[in-house]
Ligand binder design. Structure first.
Ligand SMILES: [Zn+2]
Ligand SMILES: [Zn+2]
Length: 215
C-alpha cells in the first residue's frame, strides 16, 4: 500500500453514499453547500485518502461560479459557467452529492443538449486577486462582448461576425425567422463585395442552441 503520511492511505476511488457512482482523482463533483441548497459547490477531486479510522477525505480544487468571483456575474457569463480556482481544500467525502462534467468551452458549445450535470470552464481564477487566465478573449457583435453560449446570435454572411438580436434592434423571434443576415457595416459596402450569398446556412444558431436559452 502506498502511504502518503503515517496513518493515511490513498484510495483509488470513493463510491458516493447511496449510489453506485464512483469518484476518482480528476473527476468533478457536486458538494453539499450549507448556505445554498439549490446550488451545490462544484470541485475537482485532486486525491482521495482514508485515515486510520476509515474516514474518507478528498482534496479538492474549487470551481467558482461567476457570482462567487470578485467581479460578480457578467452578461457574457453562461448559466453553467465555472472558473477553475487556485483554492484547494480538504473535505469529508460524505459531502459529495453527485458527479458532474465540466466541459471545455468548445465542447460545451457543441453539446446537443445540456443536462443538469453539464458545466463548462474557459477561465482559471485567482481567488486572492480576482484575476482571470486568459485575461483576454475573443469578442463579438457591436457590443464587443465575449460569447455567452446561452444567448442566440446571428452570423453576418459577409464578415462572419456574430451579433445579438437585441443589439440589432431585433427580437429573438425575428432573428430566428431570418433567412439570411448581413450586418449594417457590410451592407453599406455591398457594391464592392463579390456575391457570395448562396445560402442561409450561416444563419444557424449553432453558437447557442435555442433550447439552451431557458436554462
Ligand atoms: Zn451585442
Ligand atoms: Zn458583416
Amino acid at each position: 500500500m502506498a502511504k502518503t503520511r503515517p496513518g493515511k492511505r490513498d484510495l483509488e476511488f470513493y463510491t458516493i453514499r447511496g449510489t453506485n457512482k464512483v469518484v476518482r482523482a480528476g473527476d468533478s463533483v457536486l458538494m453539499r453547500s450549507s448556505e445554498n441548497e439549490k446550488n451545490p459547490y462544484v470541485a475537482r477531486v485532486e486525491n482521495i485518502e482514508a485515515d486510520v479510522k476509515g474516514n474518507v477525505k478528498v482534496k479538492v480544487r474549487w470551481y467558482y461560479r461567476p457570482e462567487e468571483s470578485m467581479g460578480g456575474r457578467r452578461q457574457f457569463h453562461g448559466i453553467k459557467e465555472l472558473f477553475l480556482s487556485d483554492h484547494f481544500d480538504i473535505q469529508s467525502a460524505h459531502t459529495i452529492e453527485d458527479k458532474c462534467i465540466v466541459h471545455s468551452f468548445k465542447n460545451y458549445t457543441k453539446l446537443e443538449d445540456v443536462g443538469p450535470e453539464d458545466y463548462f470552464c474557459r477561465f482559471e481564477y485567482k481567488a486572492a486577486t480576482g484575476g482571470f487566465t486568459p485575461d483576454r478573449v475573443a469578442v463579438y457583435c457591436k457590443c464587443e462582448m465575449p460569447y455567452n453560449p446561452d444567448d442566440l446570435m446571428v452570423q453576418c454572411e459577409a464578415c462572419k461576425d456574430w451579433y445579438h438580436p437585441t443589439c440589432l434592434n431585433m427580437t429573438t423571434e425575428q432573428a430566428k425567422q431570418l433567412d439570411s443576415f448581413t450586418c449594417s457595416d457590410c451592407s453599406s459596402e455591398d457594391v464592392k463585395r463579390p456575391p457570395n450569398r448562396n445560402s442561409a446556412s450561416s444563419l444557424v444558431n449553432g453558437k447557442g442552441e435555442h433550447k439552451r436559452q431557458k436554462r
